[in-house]
Structure formats: structure tokens, C-alpha cells
Design a protein around this ligand. Structure first.
Ligand SMILES: CC(C)(COP(=O)(O)OP(=O)(O)OC[C@H]1O[C@@H](n2cnc3c(N)ncnc32)[C@H](O)[C@@H]1OP(=O)(O)O)[C@@H](O)C(=O)NCCC(=O)NCCS
Ligand SMILES: [Zn+2]
Length: 225
């Protein structure tokens, strides 16, 4: 088993002084999603098909064209940057993993009212959330976690998620909600959260799913083992 040696986990706060780190976070996000299992690297604007970094050679043989037009970035830098600016505010909990002077992983989340979250997710979750957790004013939305492929399997995600959980517990947030994927292939995080006892709150037709669980010290110690 590899270890966390040489990787530091640090808190990220959006600010103008942090611009170099923000630029690295944007690159890290693009790297993570260009690899397995998402393969979101380049796309054809004409037909909507897209490919991952694993298809680099094939795309090079097509001179990076499809449908007679040049391929474009799946995640343009400006798009990623505006999403980050929208989702990571001083109120959010955001942690980065850094190694070899670059950002190799990220994890963030924020609190929201259950009705705000239902609106964002575009699927009904309130009835099931009340059934499992009672009426809640604020809940913790466990938004994103990613580690670039060459650093996976070293418990980096686990370390960042533990820091985020700590922040949520400090804010007295007691319910965590996350969106992940159940099919066609269950995502790694779906399997983790199910193992940790998350309930299914809602299922989309495309295989994505909303899970939720009471957050507590016990969950924290299981993540830390
Ligand atoms: C999913 C991903 C972040 C994992 O990163 P990683 O650093 O390789 O993961 P770790 O080494 O920390 O995982 C090891 C352990 O941490 C635990 N863990 C990590 N994050 C966790 C979380 N959010 N909740 C519960 N457990 C978690 C798991 O239990 C896992 O235990 P196991 O090895 O016994 O199965 C990485 O594969 C990735 O970036 N994938 C692409 C992006 C993605 O799919 N993100 C999720 C979107 S739904
Ligand atoms: Zn095309």
C-alpha cells in the first residue's frame, strides 16, 4: 500500500492572493475528469461525442478532428473557473492535496437548506430526507472529490474527505448529502457511501443517485481507520 508521504493536505480559500493555486486547481480538475471513469477530455461540438485522455493516440491519428471540425476541450478553463468560483466560497469547506509543487486532488462541500439543494439537484429529496433524518434546516452538501489518476489509491481522497467532515461537524451540520452514480457502473464513491450506511434519497433515470446519512463522530472514526 502506498502512503501519503510527500503529499500535503491544505485548506483552500478563494481569494485574489490564491490565484496561482486556483489556476492549479483548474488544471487538476481537468486532469481528473479527462481520465477514467469519466473520460471527459475532448469533444466534438457537431455530434456531441467525447473522448478521454486514454484515446489520445486515436484522436491524434484523426488530427484532433471529428465531423470535419476541430475537437474542443470538454472542460474549458473558463467554465471550470466559473464553476469553482460559484461553488467554493469562504463559507465552503475546500481541501486540496499538493505534491511535487502541484495540486493533485481536491474535495469541497458547503451547507445549504434542503429546499435550495433540492432545486440545485433537480429531483425531489425532501420527503425521503424527512423520513430518515427528520426536519432539517441546513444540510451538508458533499459536492466534489477527485484525485489525478497517478496519485489514486494512496488514501488521499479519504484524508481530504475526513477534513471536510470535520468542518461540517464543527458547523453543527448533522446530515450529509451527496450525488453519485449507481449505474451503468457504480462509481467508487457510490460503493464507499453505501458501505458507510448512506440511504438512497432519490434516483435519476440516467443512473445517478442522491444519497444521505447522519454525520457523526462514528463515521469520522471509520473514515480515519
Ligand atoms: C474517487 C477518487 C477521488 C478516489 O481517490 P483516491 O485517493 O484513490 O481514494 P482513496 O485512496 O482515498 O480511497 C481509499 C479509501 O478511502 C475511503 N474513502 C475515500 N473517500 C471517501 C468518501 N468520500 N467517503 C467514504 N469513504 C471514502 C474509501 O473507503 C476507500 O477505502 P477502501 O480502499 O477500503 O475501499 C478518485 O478515484 C477519482 O478522482 N475519481 C474520479 C473522480 C470521481 O469519480 N469523483 C467522484 C464523483 S461521484
Ligand atoms: Zn463529431
Amino acid at each position: 500500500m502506498k502512503n501519503l508521504n510527500g503529499v500535503s493536505i491544505l485548506r483552500y480559500l478563494p481569494s485574489s492572493e490564491n490565484q496561482p493555486l486556483t489556476a492549479q486547481l483548474v488544471e487538476c480538475y481537468r486532469d481528473v475528469f479527462s481520465a477514467s471513469p469519466w473520460h471527459e477530455w475532448l469533444k466534438c461540438e457537431k455530434c456531441g461525442k467525447y473522448w478521454g485522455i486514454k484515446d489520445q493516440e486515436l484522436l491524434a491519428s484523426w488530427k484532433f478532428h471529428h465531423c470535419n471540425s476541430p475537437l474542443v476541450d470538454f472542460w474549458p478553463r473558463e467554465t471550470v473557473l466559473s464553476e469553482l468560483q460559484h461553488e467554493i466560497t469562504p463559507e465552503s469547506s475546500c481541501w486540496l492535496a499538493c505534491a511535487d509543487e502541484k495540486v493533485v486532488g481536491f474535495c469541497w462541500g458547503y451547507h445549504a437548506s434542503i429546499s435550495e439543494l433540492q432545486k440545485k439537484l433537480g429531483i425531489s429529496i425532501i420527503a425521503n430526507a424527512e423520513k430518515y433524518f427528520g426536519k432539517q434546516t441546513l444540510i451538508a452538501y458533499q459536492d466534489e472529490v477527485g484525485v489525478i489518476s497517478s496519485y489514486r489509491g494512496r488514501k488521499i481522497a479519504k484524508a481530504m474527505v475526513a477534513h471536510r467532515l470535520n468542518d461540517f461537524l464543527d458547523k453543527k451540520l448533522t446530515v450529509g448529502i451527496v450525488r453519485t452514480r449507481q449505474f451503468p457502473e457504480p462509481s467508487e464513491t457510490y460503493l464507499w457511501y453505501k458501505r458507510l450506511g448512506y440511504h438512497t434519497l432519490a434516483e435519476y433515470e440516467d443512473g445517478r443517485v442522491i444519497l444521505g446519512r447522519k454525520l457523526d463522530e462514528n463515521l469520522f472514526s471509520r473514515l480515519n481507520d
